[in-house]
Design a protein around this ligand. Structure first.
Ligand SMILES: Nc1ncnc2c1ncn2[C@@H]1O[C@H](COP(=O)(O)OP(=O)(O)OP(=O)(O)O)[C@@H](O)[C@H]1O
Ligand SMILES: [Mg+2]
Length: 270
């Protein structure tokens, strides 16, 4: 199934799927601009962003606060429409945010089963699949736990399992680990890269943490500020599993941080 935003071009989708039945990309962002009404008229937040995201690719989207990262993710999610251009995705993406957005009155397992139900998984299969997903995020045995019985890191694992329950080919993550302590975040980085490798899901991960971006991604994309444009991209060839404290991760992070500082300075002068 291919989901397009209302402004998307069906012809592009048809061309991409004609021969193989599968698209050659998990998401395609074509000349996307987005403006919001502001006190001084329309405020241009994203300006002419074009990006093809390959199936199974892991991309981190990096940029200063307010540069439009969440806006772009929301457009890919289909939660909002671009002012110009189009976004096309291979199926409906799954979403995960900084706040877990789980239902507190349901157990960990029931939260996942609800996502399975919405996807049309038959009742008899849901419990077993929820157990499998909990095992995948290393929460075996947590099915009956209430959310208040779980730590922040465990709740984010449940949220990840729920996102994976949607069986999407594209997982959109907006600073999902930003509220966690450094050690828990480090463990979840390991888990996420393992799950990414095991499932083949494509991940578009928003962060303003340069080290995190380099630790995780195959490709890091830096957005400029006001308006957000693709300032630069890096292909990260450092083999996985990486550690956030690896020398190679640190080295590339220094280079990207310099570039990010330049963007912030440039913006500050205007
Ligand atoms: N619905 C909206 N209406 C008006 N302005 C908006 C709306 N959503 C976002 N903006 C503006 O667009 C700009 C980009 O916001 P966005 O949330 O995408 O930034 P961000 O890069 O995700 O920042 P952060 O790192 O702080 O999360 C900001 O100036 C914000 O005020
Ligand atoms: Mg944001």
């Amino acid at each position: 199934m291919t989901v397009t935003t209302p402004l998307a071009q069906a012809a592009t989708t048809a061309a991409a799927t004609a021969h193989t039945g599968a698209t050659a990309w998990a998401a395609r962002i074509e000349h996307v601009s987005k403006s919001f009404p502001g006190p001084a008229g329309q405020q241009l937040v994203l300006d002419d962003i074009s990006l093809d995201i390959a199936p199974g690719e892991f991309i981190t989207l990096l940029g200063a606060s307010g540069c439009g990262k969440s806006t772009l993710l929301n457009l890919v999610a289909g939660l909002d429409r671009p002012t110009a251009g189009s976004v096309t995705t291979d199926g409906r993406p799954a979403l995960m945010f900084q706040e877990h957005a789980l239902f507190p009155w349901l157990t960990a397992g029931r939260n996942i089963e609800l996502a399975l139900r919405l996807r049309g998984v038959p009742r008899g299969r849901r419990r077993e699949r929820a157990e499998e997903l909990l095992e995948l995020v290393r929460l075996k045995g947590a099915h009956g736990k209430r959310l208040h019985e779980l730590s922040g890191g465990m709740r984010q694992r449940v949220a990840l399992a729920r996102a994976l329950a949607q069986d999407s080919r594209l997982l959109l993550m907006d600073e999902p680990f930003a509220a966690l302590d450094a050690i828990t975040r480090d463990v979840l980085h390991d888990e996420l890269t393992r799950i990414w490798a095991e499932t083949g899901v494509c991940v578009l991960f928003v962060t303003h943490n340069v080290r995190e971006a380099v630790r995780l991604a195959q490709r890091v994309i830096l957005l400029s500020s006001r308006p957000g444009r693709i300032a630069r991209q890096w292909t990260v060839g450092i083999p996985q599993p990486r550690r956030i404290e690896d020398a190679a991760v640190a080295e590339l992070s220094v280079e990207i941080t310099e570039e990010l500082r330049g963007e912030i300075r440039r913006h500050g002068r205007r």
